[in-house]
Design a protein around this ligand. Structure first.
Ligand SMILES: *[C@@H]1O[C@H](CO)[C@@H](O)[C@H](O)[C@H]1NC(C)=O
Ligand SMILES: *[C@@H]1O[C@H](CO)[C@@H](O)[C@H](O)[C@H]1NC(C)=O
Ligand SMILES: *[C@@H]1O[C@H](CO)[C@@H](O)[C@H](O)[C@H]1NC(C)=O
Length: 434
């Protein structure tokens, strides 16, 4: 299929309705406690890592002082284990008084004063997954109002301890209840993950109408196995998932674990690149107080962030799956640009993969290529065979400009663009624009 046909099909499918609360027109970005800090409530012995006010204040300080906020990482999201074991005398949820001495309102003021947003967690059911009070059907309006009163900006609704019938009522009801508060609150639904993630159990049209994002699949863990398993599930089911995504409604393959313990540098780049291709929410779950500069530079890469945040909001797809265990992913971007990711599942050595843009469905023309992780540029004609060297479990990621823009530049520079060959060796890249 040609690029133009791909594009048309994707745009048409993106024309369905999204939840009309005005938020998350591009995938939300920020920080979420769960993967790294779980349900650690042992503040006596582990004061730096336990779920309490200070942890979120520390992360807010890092987001606002270390360059994250300016790149779009603005949400600071509480996950499970924040609440008291008892509702208050009015039946409202309340934060654990010892661990959140100022309550949630104090935390949300602290974040808002710094240009950040607060996310909170609840569970459609009798209990949260961690055993804290859940939101049964009769409590939905009360809890939505409580979160709005606290000036919360995002709400993740988990699904432990409820059955399918209750979930079918509860997730749409919560969407209505949040809307009725009058406060725009981004709504993250774990519902499809509890339904197996696929039709006919999951109705993605309905999800797009009631939720801003949804967890389709299981929880991520701090390992390459887990990341790879998630990648495989999302791209195996891409034909179902791609039409579901668009501005205000996103598939959520779960948190970024870059900066934790499980991923190498190449695997971290792979997670970042493929989450950008998927138009996935970018919620880091790591310790921003101690993160390495290597992990930070991957997470703060402006080009990969801008690909993730492309305003058209079309989720990308796997377009090639080679016997050599090289895969190619493609995402259409605004201004007729696109992103390409060459991904290696191999575990031996850097693999020299040869292809051409025309083999990847690009139409006739010359393209300016920007290598996202090496900052090199070059020109490629659609028909030129090139070689990319892809590290084991790693990626090469390109931002590919529209051919028309390129032609003007080409004329201006008068460069010979016919024979550009990318070898993967940074020094060998033709420096047409440098
Ligand atoms: C509530 O829903 C209506 C209708 O879809 C929409 O116009 C409005 O902006 C929503 N309000 C909030 C706060 O989400
Ligand atoms: C789901 O739970 C409710 C109780 O909240 C119960 O009445 C209903 O029978 C259950 N449905 C199924 C299908 O198990
Ligand atoms: C899915 O949800 C949409 C919108 O709510 C609805 O119109 C449609 O009938 C549902 N599809 C199925 C198969 O239930």
């Amino acid at each position: 299929m040609h690029l133009a046909v791909f594009l048309l099909a994707s745009v048409l499918s993106a024309a369905t309705f999204a939840l009309d609360n005005g938020v998350m027109r591009t995938p939300p970005m920020g920080w979420l406690a769960w993967e790294r800090f779980r349900c650690d409530i042992d503040c006596k012995n582990d004061p730096k890592n336990c779920i309490r006010q200070n942890l979120f204040i520390d992360m807010a300080d890092r987001l606002s002082e270390d360059g994250w906020r300016e790149l779009g990482y603005v949400y600071v999201n509480i996950d499970d284990c924040w609440s008291s074991m008892e509702r208050d005398e009015n039946g409202r949820l309340q934060a654990d008084p010892k661990r959140f001495p100022g309550g949630i309102p104090k935390l949300s003021r602290y974040l808002h004063d710094r240009g950040l947003k607060l996310g909170i967690y609840g569970d459609m059911g009798t209990h949260t997954c961690g055993g804290y009070p859940g939101t049964t059907l009769d409590k939905i309006e009360t809890d939505a109002q409580t979160f709005a009163d606290w000036e919360v900006d995002m709400f993740k609704f988990d699904g432990c301890y409820s059955n399918a019938t209750e979930q079918e009522k509860g997730y749409p009801l919560m969407s209505k209840a949040l809307n009725a508060t009058g406060r725009p609150i981004g709504y993250s639904c774990s519902w499809p993950a509890y339904q197996g993630g696929l039709p006919p159990m999951v109705n993605y049209t309905q999800l797009g109408e009631i939720c801003n994002l949804w967890r389709n699949y299981g929880d991520i863990q701090d390992s390459w196995d887990s990341v790879l398993n998630i990648i495989e599930w999302f791209f195996r089911n891409q034909d179902v998932l791609i039409p579901a995504a668009g501005p205000g409604r996103w598939n959520d393959p779960d948190m970024l674990v870059i900066g934790d313990f499980g991923l190498s540098k190449d695997q971290s780049r792979s997670q970042m690149a493929l989450w950008a291709i998927m138009a996935a929410p970018l919620f880091m779950s790591n310790d921003l107080r101690t993160i390495s500069s290597e992990a930070r530079s991957i997470l703060q890469n402006k080009m990969v962030i801008s690909i993730n945040q492309d305003p058209m909001g079309i989720q990308g797809r796997r377009i090639v799956k080679e016997k050599s265990d090289i895969e190619v992913f493609w995402r259409p971007l605004s201004s007729d640009a696109s992103a390409l990711v060459f991904f290696s599942r191999r575990t031996d050595m850097p693999y020299r993969y040869q292809t051409s843009l025309s083999k990847l469905n690009y139409t006739t023309g010359s393209y300016k290529i920007y290598d996202v992780f090496t900052d090199k540029t070059m020109i490629l004609k659609d028909s030129t065979n090139f070689v990319v060297s892809v590290n084991p479990t790693g990626v090469v990621m390109w931002y590919v400009s529209a051919p028309s823009k390129l032609n003007r530049l080409q004329f201006y520079r008068g460069g010979n663009v016919q024979d550009s060959v990318y070898t993967g060796d940074e020094n060998a890249i033709p420096r047409v624009f440098l």
